[in-house]
Write a protein that binds this ligand. Structure first.
Ligand SMILES: [Zn+2]
Length: 389
């Protein structure tokens, strides 16, 4: 008898393209299941990858001190990744926090060292998990869970990380990579073709169910593995860059590099709090298992990219780069201090109290464009699709 895992739940609401980093590529046509971008949302982190280990050697995709020379200017002229961004609906209950985050983010991006700057739009997404994302335009999305469970300083560092994705035009760069790098084009098109062929056979649009079939999955899995091999180091490099450039951005606002480093690592460790029992991921599915999942989420559930470096690598990179990042500090800049103060007031106005101990939510609450709220086991949150083609 088939095991049936129900992932669907009722409720309602929004969503817009949280496509993030690969926001632009979500617009590439995928005929089959209304599927999503190859990268999924560019989040600060997506899956539990904090092994608790410490790294002693930086992976090749991480930044070395000599790489920092090329970040002048820190902020590149804005490169539109394509089309116009979809509008984002922000969580009304946290509107004062949203306003504070947005106005202060724009104060940061207007600092003379960060010109040409950006016009940043911040939205708060009603999602109890800790995370934030940037899409390919000038939008930053912060989960309500991050607003509730992160400290003010952690939120500031997370936003600097997301601003860095925008500052370096990561979506446009990704699209260029996937359309011009010969090997990337080849593996991406094979992955897209066999992935769509597989989902056409195993995903029922009318039922909203995915039925696992390991024999049919074999080819799609192999093609996906080839794509991962090329694409994941590319994406991990961008995340490494967002940490380094994010610390430069925060430093220009007056936040010491050591504070950035400590806060981003503590935020990541909260994301990586132990998983609750009973969660499932693709690797645990057996033939005949059925997963109820909306069609716009199934692609990224089945093809889960590991886009972020392990936390130990991120911590080691910050430690290695820190002495070389301190020259970016502008101690006299009052912007970070103002940012933190205004966020305290805004959270008080929204009745949010920063919690000192964090209990991970049992599930991720995501909402699709069709207005269906779903709960996915946290373990399957790897590139959770939050964008709609
Ligand atoms: Zn990121």
């Amino acid at each position: 008898m088939s095991r049936v895992f129900s992932i669907a739940v009722a409720a309602s609401l929004l969503l817009a393209s949280l496509a993030c980093n690969e926001g632009g590529s979500s617009r590439q046509t995928r005929k089959a299941q209304g599927t999503t971008s190859p990268g999924g949302p560019c989040t600060t982190n997506c899956k539990p990858n904090g092994t608790g280990e410490t790294a002693t050697t930086l992976a090749s995709y991480m930044l070395k001190p000599e790489d920092l020379k090329k970040y002048s200017p820190i902020v590149l002229p804005y490169e539109e990744p394509g089309d116009s961004p979809e509008s984002l609906v922000s969580f009304a209950a946290l509107s004062s926090v949203r306003t504070a985050l947005e106005s202060n983010s724009n104060k940061i991006m207007a600092l003379k060292d960060l010109l040409p700057g950006r016009t940043i739009e911040v939205s708060i997404i009603e999602d109890e998990s800790l995370n934030a994302a940037a899409n390919g335009w000038q939008q930053v999305m912060v989960n309500s869970g991050a607003v509730k469970y992160a400290t003010e300083k952690e939120l500031l560092t997370v936003i600097c990380h997301e601003l860095a994705h925008s500052a370096r035009n990561h979506t446009a760069v990704t699209m260029e990579f996937l359309s011009t790098d010969q090997k990337a084009v080849e593996v991406w098109s094979r992955h897209e073709r066999s992935g769509n062929a597989y989902l056409t056979k195993v995903y029922s649009i009318s039922e909203g169910t995915y039925t696992h079939n390991s024999a049919l999955f074999a080819q799609a899995k192999a093609d996906f593995a080839a794509f991962k091999e090329i694409f994941e180091p590319f994406r991990k490099r961008q995340e490494a860059e967002a940490d380094a450039v994010g610390s430069m951005i925060c430093a220009k606002a007056g936040l010491p590099v050591a504070d950035f480093s400590g806060s981003i690592i503590s935020f990541l460790s909260k994301i990586d709090a132990p998983l609750p029992d009973g969660t499932i991921g693709m690797s645990e599915l057996k033939d005949g298992d059925v997963v109820e999942i909306p069609k716009d989420l199934v692609w990224d559930f089945v093809f889960q990219l590991d886009s972020h470096p392990p936390n130990a690598q991120r911590a080691l990179q910050m430690k290695t780069l820190s002495p070389h990042l301190t020259p970016f500090e502008v101690a006299s800049s009052p912007v970070a201090t103002t940012w933190l103060k205004e966020l305290v007031s805004a959270r008080a106005a929204s009745n949010v109290v920063a919690l000192t101990s964090f209990m991970p939510p049992k599930t991720l609450n995501l909402k699709t464009q069709e207005g269906v709220a779903i709960k996915l086991p946290r373990k399957s949150c790897i590139e959770i699709p939050r964008h709609i083609d």
